[in-house]
Design a protein around this ligand. Structure first.
Ligand code: NI
Length: 222
């Protein structure tokens, strides 16, 4: 009997070890350091498509009030008309990001181009910087030109950005690397799909392709 208990215990240890390794690999896979979230599970397209919902990020407040500055230098808040769009695809990143941010913004652009025009028109793409020190309104304006023409870029004071990031549970941190002439940023990388009621209808990871996102959005948007 004791032998079975021991086998059961060792199996559990092995499972925990395997899961830990798996979780570690998942995190390494990201642009960034791990998100400090109590719920690491985020929706894959499949989850969202089959369940119609998924476990939200703990503490996420996507309808919280904020004040930022758009890429034209104008004040931008939750009441601004672009924020009233039926749907929004929202990404937090920074213009100096060498690879992940441009890849994800390009993916959003691709999705908007691939969706039927009537559905695409309902979606406002938004890029919010987590590097307000370097990403001025002018820098944002210049940067978003490389992506979908309807993109808006948002920046603000470090305090305003910190507040916005806390509402959206975005992790970011400045990284000083002596081997680089410029500092870089660690940040979580998710594309949020926000619906008409402010609810989060999708959370896309780097592994989700533009084709998968397009398929999901085509289903979700009437
Ligand atoms: Ni990035």
């Amino acid at each position: 009997m004791l032998k079975y208990v021991r086998i059961a215990l060792w199996s559990m240890v092995a499972l925990v070890a395997a899961y830990t390794l798996y979780a570690y690999i998942q995190v390494k896979d990201m642009d960034t350091a791990p998100m400090p979230l109590s719920t690491e599970r985020v929706a894959s397209n499949d989850d969202a498509a089959t369940n119609g919902s998924f476990m939200p990020i703990a503490g996420l407040d996507p309808v919280g009030n904020f004040t930022l500055t758009d890429h034209e230098g104008k004040p931008f808040t939750q009441d601004s008309s672009a924020w009233q769009a039926d749907y929004k695809l929202i990404y937090f990143g920074f213009t100096f990001c060498p690879m992940i941010c441009p890849t994800e913004l390009q993916k959003m652009t691709q999705v908007l181009n691939d969706l039927p025009a009537n559905k695409s028109a309902l979606i406002q793409p938004v890029f919010i910087t987590i590097d307000p020190e370097r990403d001025t309104a002018e820098a944002m304006a210049q940067y978003i030109e490389s992506f979908h023409p309807r993109f808006i870029g948002l920046t603000g004071t470090p305090e305003q950005i910190a507040h916005m990031a806390s509402l959206w549970k975005v992790y970011y941190a400045k990284v000083d690397d002596d081997s680089l002439s410029e500092y870089t940023m660690d940040h979580s990388s998710y594309i949020y799909l926000q619906g008409p009621e402010g609810d989060i209808l999708g959370l896309f990871r780097m592994k989700d392709s533009a084709a998968e996102m397009t398929e999901y959005l085509a289903k979700i948007i009437p």
